[in-house]
Design a protein around this ligand. Structure first.
Ligand code: ZN
Ligand code: ZN
Length: 152
């Protein structure tokens, strides 16, 4: 049974803070995060882009609309909350000081990882296109040469 319990722990983990979900909220994509983690995420979006009535999922980037720019408008994940209550009791563990900063760093890291992936794609695609161009040029040259030889 020990294995089953740790598997459940994985399911109850927030992808942002990697801790047990606290006040779990569901985005349109069905990904679940702590309400507080989403608030920190939204605050960082608003710092960069101004007031936002939507949020892109930190995991899959699917967009969810927010009513009144508020995380509280998102539906709670009651099944997850009930499982957590059953596993850990009604009292959720206290967050240590500096916790918001930790979450902030974690989100930034997640976004940086995504950006690196995006950059790679940006560089690989032109390289592949250039390679195809060279191959195409070689084939054309070969064809032209063949035509020239046939004429002879
Ligand atoms: Zn969290
Ligand atoms: Zn998602």
């Amino acid at each position: 049974m020990a294995t089953a319990t740790s598997n459940i722990d994985d399911l109850l983990q927030c992808p942002i803070c990697l801790d047990i979900l606290q006040d779990p909220k569901v985005l349109d994509c069905q990904h679940t995060f702590c309400a507080n983690c989403l608030k920190v995420h939204l605050a960082s979006i608003e710092r960069n882009h101004g007031s936002s009535n939507f949020m892109d999922c930190p995991t899959c980037r699917l967009r969810s609309n927010l009513i009144n720019n508020s995380i509280d408008s998102l539906p709670g994940n009651y099944i997850v909350r009930d499982i957590i209550e059953r596993q850990y009791g009604t009292t959720t563990p206290e967050r240590p000081p500096g916790y918001a900063q930790q979450i902030q760093d974690r989100i930034q890291k997640m976004q940086k990882e995504e950006d690196v992936g995006f950059d790679l794609e940006k560089y690989i695609k032109p390289a592949a296109a250039a390679l195809l161009g060279i191959l195409g040029g070689l084939l054309l040259a070969k064809g032209a040469k063949k035509m020239f030889n046939d004429k002879k």
